[in-house]
Design a binder for this molecule. Structure first.
Ligand code: SF4
Length: 313
């Protein structure tokens, strides 16, 4: 059994930042005006069936503004809320942030890094939109700044990836993670629990294949069905194909999942939070992410368990 020696019951990303930088680091979301091959016709036109970028973008984040302006407004926004944040990471979140020629990437990432309060970048992208040349450039930045490449993996199941119109398979994600590691870079991933035709037993099996991959950090989300996305039509026709978590059920599930997961992986997020106005289905509750996180941690305490407790390596 893996013995836990951290002050929280999972390997929290926020603790990692405190230890690494000695202070709170805040992320600033940027919409740098990229598009996505799953929307512009290169791979597909409709996008992934669950996707609406507006549902998770803060108000200051808008591609009509320059990156410099978004950063300045983001810093102002966060300084009112979190007075202790002195340094920031530019989070290129919207759409596919490596889907452009290298010189465009250089111009956009350099503009963000020109602000002296920005100590690094997080680059959200698709696993099929990265190559050695781009990673080589990012590795050059990583010599001096903090850099993470964040991949939308979403599910380990190729049937689901096809059904939700992701336009790539799980093997592509594995190759991207391995290439990222080979280039000396950190990789984060997103996963969604609740996509159609999947169930808890299958998700629990993912802990084995994921635990062997070169993953630096993970964000978990429960599926939230967003208005005006193709997922609404599918859900309306086939509600029986969706495993419906209650919040309590999800809490127990995510703890069971963490118990079996590689304890080295940093956990950045355990639940997703989309503003209720965007949701087609009713939200679990009106709790914020940090409140839900507290309830999950309380339950881990009650169960006296921790990330990796049942990890077998
Ligand atoms: S989730 Fe990402 S890859 Fe899929 S349509 Fe949205 S922006 Fe494109």
């Amino acid at each position: 059994m893996y013995a836990w020696n951290h002050d929280r019951r999972f390997n929290a990303y926020s603790n990692y930042f405190k230890h690494r930088f000695g202070r709170r680091i805040q992320k600033l979301t940027i919409d740098a005006g990229f598009t996505c091959p799953n929307r512009d016709g290169s791979i597909a036109t409709g996008g992934c069936s669950y996707c609406d970028n507006n549902a998770f973008s803060p108000s200051y984040c808008n591609s009509r503004k320059s990156i410099t302006q978004q950063i300045e407004e983001g810093i102002e926004f966060h300084q009112k809320r979190y007075r202790k944040a002195e340094n920031y990471l530019a989070y290129f979140q919207s759409y596919t942030n490596t889907y452009a020629p290298l010189d465009v990437l250089k111009q956009k990432f350099s503009e963000a890094l020109a602000n002296e309060k920005i100590i690094g970048i997080i680059v959200g992208t698709r696993p099929d939109c990265i190559d050695e040349e781009k990673l080589d450039y990012l590795a050059e930045i990583a010599q001096k700044k903090y850099v993470v490449i964040e991949y939308g993996v979403e599910t380990c199941n190729n049937h689901t990836l096809k059904l939700i119109n992701r336009g790539h398979d799980f093997e592509t994600s594995v190759r991207a993670l391995e290439l990222t590691k080979k280039m000396g870079l950190k990789a984060g991933i997103h996963l969604i629990f609740g996509l159609p035709n999947e169930n808890k037993e299958e998700w629990m099996q993912w802990t084995e294949c994921l635990s062997d991959l070169p993953i630096h950090s993970i964000k978990f989300h429960q599926l939230q069905i967003i208005k005006n996305t193709p997922m609404v039509a599918y859900y309306t026709q086939h509600p029986e194909n969706f495993y419906q978590f209650s919040f309590d059920d999800y809490v127990d599930f995510i703890i069971d999942f963490l118990e079996r997961l590689n304890p080295q992986f940093l956990i950045e997020r355990l639940t997703g939070e989309v503003p209720p106005a965007y949701l087609f289905t009713k939200p679990w509750n009106l709790l914020r992410n940090d409140q839900m996180l507290q309830l999950i941690e309380n339950k881990m305490e009650e169960r006296n368990t921790w990330q990796g407790r049942l990890y077998k390596r």
